[in-house]
Ligand binder design. Sequence first.
Ligand SMILES: NC(=O)C1=CN([C@@H]2O[C@H](COP(=O)(O)OP(=O)(O)OC[C@H]3O[C@@H](n4cnc5c(N)ncnc54)[C@H](OP(=O)(O)O)[C@@H]3O)[C@@H](O)[C@H]2O)C=CC1
Ligand SMILES: Cc1cn([C@H]2C[C@H](O)[C@@H](COP(=O)(O)OP(=O)(O)O[C@H]3O[C@@H](C)C(=O)[C@@H](O)[C@H]3O)O2)c(=O)[nH]c1=O
Ligand SMILES: [Mg+2]
Length: 297
Amino acid sequence: MSRILITGINGQLGFELRRSLAMLGKCICLDRQQLDLSRPADIAAVLDQYQPDIIVNPAAYTAVDKAESDDELAHAVNAAAPAAMAGWTGAKNALLLHYSTDYVFDGDKAMPYEEDDATSPQSVYGRSKCQGEQAIRASGADHIILRTSWVVGAHGSNFLKTIMRLARERDSLNVVADQIGAPTPAALIADVTAHIIKQWQTGKDKQLLGTYHLSSSGSTSWHGYTEYLLALAERYGVALQLKPENLHAIPSSAYPTPAKRPGNSRLNCSKIEHNFSLTMPAWQDGVEQVFQQIFNS
Ligand SMILES: NC(=O)C1=CN([C@@H]2O[C@H](COP(=O)(O)OP(=O)(O)OC[C@H]3O[C@@H](n4cnc5c(N)ncnc54)[C@H](OP(=O)(O)O)[C@@H]3O)[C@@H](O)[C@H]2O)C=CC1
Ligand SMILES: Cc1cn([C@H]2C[C@H](O)[C@@H](COP(=O)(O)OP(=O)(O)O[C@H]3O[C@@H](C)C(=O)[C@@H](O)[C@H]3O)O2)c(=O)[nH]c1=O
Ligand SMILES: [Mg+2]
């Protein structure tokens, strides 16, 4: 039986992984207190204690704007900690399953990004995640890196929850329309992770290893995403202060933030669909499911 160690189990993805991976082996579910990634030098001792065959690492420093003034901590958690995990799994012949982001790209490409497109992060968060990926690859450890985007889930914080709060409080809202991507449910990422681990367990086929893009199919802007949330609120009878006619599309230049975000966050998912015989569902379906979980109870 596999021993599967999951980090950051109180995050959006960690919470869903706990459910999705439960039947694949003995899951060792660790929160920040039990495994603190801000102290990478202490990680090996904790892993020695649990001796996992598979480490699944959704824990990360994800506060994109805050990271701009918190470079050291973001790099410890997002780069040095995964490097330490890869050092350990490499020596023990264990598998490291790690997550990364569309923010490793600059967003200037006209088409959806492919796995081997050049990275060019524009933010501290993006750079720290990119360095985490590079360290894992350089370690030579068996690994799978899943790059995803715009994660949404019922558990934890995300754009959907922020917008629904603002839509209750305000009668007008400006949202950027020139950043495009695909909202991706944490539950989908967790289920795909389970599918991948299941395949790995059948024969440790090294062909499965490497970097994959994983997001919902289709794309929208943050403004388009917000329009869809207002439509769902109407459909499910959730009362809001904000009327659809008072939702305004704005350019990023009119919404200054500490961190620069990519204009194009679209990820081409053909590789994961092909290698693992999967079909990515439309982003609208995932967002509707999360919306129902939160508001239709
Ligand atoms: N959120 C998004 O939109 C996207 C996320 N990703 C990537 O997907 C993965 C999962 O993201 P998501 O679930 O949304 O992230 P969340 O922010 O929801 O969760 C992150 C988790 O990491 C934990 N964590 C933060 N710092 C530390 C630390 N020093 N030691 C241990 N644990 C720590 C948090 O702990 P605590 O609960 O105690 O705060 C939290 O449980 C990450 O790798 C992220 O970079 C990729 C693309 C988009
Ligand atoms: C709340 C709000 C945001 N925005 C803009 C700001 C930003 O450009 C965009 C998204 O805002 P957020 O801060 O929620 O998104 P952000 O935290 O940048 O989301 C990112 O998180 C990291 C962890 C990732 O890896 C990415 O894939 C992505 O999901 O929407 C508005 O235009 N109006 C608003 O009222
Ligand atoms: Mg955020």
